[in-house]
Design a protein around this ligand. Structure first.
Ligand code: MN
Length: 242
């Protein structure tokens, strides 16, 4: 399906396209549930490397403050926002699927908690490569790897204000790029961009300002050097299998 058509089908507030139930029950996209699809509670995820591991692309102080203060802040505020509500015992994906009916504190902090977890895990200091299968899907969707890279970098670079850029797979297993404002993500029913998240970059200023100041494009180019393609390959395979 063309992206334009997809977006018009699932426009803001529409409920026409729901994610398949199986997708909501996979820990690859929801780390708050276990292998059996059962809710396992919330925990603040470990950073998969040291604060300085992504140098010189992403500097140590940025990673430390971003992870330990910003990310942890969203996590704590999310727990506070769901305390005593029925969302307290719900996986994140289930909360996101009906987030339009919930208080803004749940949407913003739940998104912040979830999105940053994906972000840290889709970066790595190790050299990794996209799989041949992923490259083929990218060629089919974008024409070439370079065109995909350009589209992703352009989306991240031109998203106005705070937010996130994504590579997602839609319900027809097609890849496309897009962005979401604030802490929204493609699993949320409020999002114009819907689908399975495969890769994401944080384009809030706190993600790059210490090292790159106003030069967001330089940060995005740097990010490209530390993408954990092993993780993206894994999410891609899982999304295909649903
Ligand atoms: Mn952030």
């Amino acid at each position: 399906m063309e992206r334009r058509k997809f977006l018009s089908t699932v426009g803001l507030g529409a409920v026409a396209v729901a994610l398949p139930a199986e997708l909501l029950a996979t820990p690859v996209f929801d780390f708050s549930i276990d292998e059996n699809g059962d809710f396992k509670g919330h925990s603040f995820p470990e950073l998969p490397y040291s604060y300085d591991a992504l140098e010189p692309y992403i500097d140590k102080m940025t990673v430390e403050i971003h992870y330990d203060r910003h990310h942890r802040g969203y996590y704590k505020k999310y727990l506070a926002a769901i305390e005593g509500t029925e969302q307290e015992s719900m996986p994140l994906s289930k909360v996101f699927a009906k987030v339009s009916k919930l208080p803004a504190g749940i949407r913003n902090n739940g998104g912040g908690y979830y999105n940053h977890t994906l972000y840290w895990n889709n970066m790595s200091p190790d050299k990794t490569e996209p799989s041949d299968k992923l490259k083929k899907a990218v060629d089919d969707a974008f024409g070439s790897w370079d065109k995909f890279r350009e589209a992703f970098i352009n989306e991240a670079g031109t998203h106005f204000g705070s937010g996130w850029a994504w590579l997602v797979m839609d319900a027809n297993k097609k890849l496309f790029v897009g962005s979401t404002p604030n802490q929204d993500n493609p699993l949320m029913d409020v999002s114009e961009l819907r689908g399975t998240p495969l890769l994401t970059i944080d384009v809030w200023e706190h993600a790059y300002y210490l090292k790159y100041q106003n030069k967001r494009p330089d940060y995005i180019e740097a990010f490209w050097n530390v993408i954990n393609w092993d993780e993206v390959n894994k999410r891609f395979e899982k999304a295909l299998s649903l």
